[in-house]
Design a binder for this molecule. Structure first.
Ligand code: NOJ
Length: 519
């Protein structure tokens, strides 16, 4: 694989708690992940991104980090993490881990010191008076400690914000990056990347944050070797494209998640607009775009696309409103082939390849996302996209806990998932898993980094050609349209008599036209 592997990579997101449970305690772990590396290799992905695996009280699914240099005991040990990194590399899979620099945990040594000694508070945001900011999870962003001072937490009270005006915070994270680069990781996904630097009246996208990433880029660059470059991927939610692009300057982060695409409704004009905007933002600065349909924070695509309103459904918007599973599945399949054909990198959130729906009927008492409790139940939170994966068998836990007896998974799986297990889908040529496997394999040779050429098409149809000659056609209109000439490589739904039905994407190659290189 090339040094710049990350420019066109397919990256699989592992939410460790819910991926595979190796010791049967009901919670996913490193042993489970290691036992499923063959599955990931066969899926055809280039890298995995793991959500935080550090020791954590789990007030926010591990985004409350108590120690950045160790592994949560429920997940395993540092030695197991090292073994996992080595084994992933043997399978040809790169490893990206999450780093959480905006906030820490109230259980961290630094915060405990700060609580005990007011002179040790400069690593956080302690003030005598709160300033009225609200938490992104709901409620106030300030919590009072027993001696009367208040500390800032943009997320849950268990996640105190770090003070990036303090040089010690910079040194600490530079050292944390080195700690994990020294153990072989191939990159970091940077949590809440635009929030680190703050003033007394603003906390998003302040210019000082770029100095942090310039320094981090130098460190990542030091580690690049024959295995390839080490990569920094930003979680940067900013509506302003010009501000967003600043994070991707050549001496800063390598890539960032495309949240415009993630939140785009299933609408041809809107998708075309977002794709064009994305390309216009990235190509001039030489940064590859990314294409993301889901992650551990948002409604699963098959549920979202099955609704009358397919727009962004963050924060519980439309939770429980009717969703047509067949329509949702058809569109999610079409969207997957579209996303994988676009130039740049693509992300697959675990379970997306199985077509798992959002679990909307979880009992309140099992919900763990702080968004649920902090909104007084008004926001269902994000547990519905975090339900443990079904691997095999006819009833819960569907092989999640490995072959032997195991405790129930930490979130209950729907009975109906028996049809969605990886095992059942491997045997089914029409399954979502078979589609993802076929698409990811073709993508390796024919797609990835580069650019696209739009082709003339009928209303409601998106059609473009890639440098390899592959043509991707998505029909979002109400009636079937003729397929372009050439050999049909793959389609997200049945294609009969040369016609592409509504809500279907096809990949075609070998036809005439500019840029076709043949096969
Ligand atoms: C973004 C993460 O994706 C989300 O899960 C988390 O709750 C917040 N950042 C806070 O760390």
């Amino acid at each position: 694989m090339s040094r710049t592997w990350w420019r066109g990579a397919a990256i699989y997101q592992v939410y460790l708690r819910s991926f595979a449970d190796g010791n049967g305690d009901g919670c996913g772990d490193l042993a489970g992940l290691r036992s499923r590396l063959g599955y990931l290799k066969d899926l055809g992905i280039d890298a995995v991104w793991l959500n935080p695996w550090y020791p954590s009280p789990m007030a926010d699914g591990g985004y409350d980090v108590a120690d950045y240099r160790d592994i949560e005991p429920v997940f395993g040990t540092l030695a197991e993490a090292e073994a996992f990194i080595a084994e992933a590399h043997e399978h040809g899979i790169k490893v990206i881990i999450d780093v959480v620099p905006n906030h820490s945990s109230t259980a961290s040594a630094w915060f405990q010191e700060a609580l005990a000694d007011p002179r040790a508070r400069d690593r956080f945001w302690f003030r005598d008076e709160p300033n009225g900011w609200s938490s992104i999870f709901g409620g106030p962003a300030w919590t009072q400690v027993p001696d009367g001072q208040w500390y800032l937490h943009l997320f849950a009270p268990e996640q105190p914000d770090l003070n990036w005006d303090n040089p010690e915070v910079h040194r600490e994270f530079e050292d944390v990056l080195r700690f994990w680069f020294d153990r072989g990781v191939d990159g970091f996904r940077v949590d809440s990347a635009a929030l680190l630097v703050k003033s007394d009246d603003a906390y998003e996208d302040l210019d000082g944050v770029h100095d942090v990433y310039r320094r981090w880029r130098e460190i990542a660059d030091e580690y690049g070797d024959e295995r390839g470059e080490r990569v920094l991927i930003g979680e940067v939610w900013l509506p302003d494209q010009e501000r967003f692009a600043r994070y991707l300057r050549p001496d800063e982060l390598h890539t960032a998640f495309n949240f415009d695409f993630l939140s785009c409704p299933w609408d041809p004009a809107e998708l075309r607009r977002v794709i064009d905007l994305t390309l216009a933002t990235h190509l001039p600065i030489g940064a590859p775009p990314t294409w993301v349909l889901s992650n551990h924070d948002v409604t699963r695509p098959v549920t979202r696309y099955g609704r009358a309103d397919t727009g962004f459904q963050h924060g519980g918007r439309l939770h429980g409103s009717p969703s047509d599973p067949e329509l949702g599945r058809r569109r999610a399949r079409a969207a997957a082939l579209l996303a994988m054909a676009l130039p740049g990198g693509v992300y697959v959130y675990q379970g997306e390849e199985l077509g798992l729906p959002e679990v909307e009927d979880l009992p309140d008492e099992v919900r763990q996302d702080p968004m649920f409790a902090r909104s007084g139940g008004a926001n269902p939170g994000r547990d519905g996209c975090r339900v443990p994966l079904p691997w095999s068998g006819e009833e819960p836990p569907f092989g999640f806990g490995g072959p032997g007896p195991s405790a129930p998974p930490w979130l209950p799986q729907p009975e109906g998932w028996r049809k969605l297990t990886a095992q059942a889908q491997l045997a089914d040529l029409d399954s979502m898993l078979t589609l993802y496997r076929s698409a990811l394999r073709l993508r390796r040779d024919l797609l990835g980094d580069g650019t696209l050429t739009w082709l003339p098409s009928e209303a409601g149809v998106l059609a473009f050609r890639r440098e390899s000659g592959l043509v991707c056609v998505s029909n979002l209109g109400p009636v079937a349209v003729p397929l372009p000439p050439g050999e049909l490589l793959l389609a997200s739904g049945p294609v009969e008599g040369g016609a592409l039905p509504p809500d279907t994407t096809a990949w075609v190659t070998g036809g005439p036209g500019p840029g076709v290189s043949g096969r």
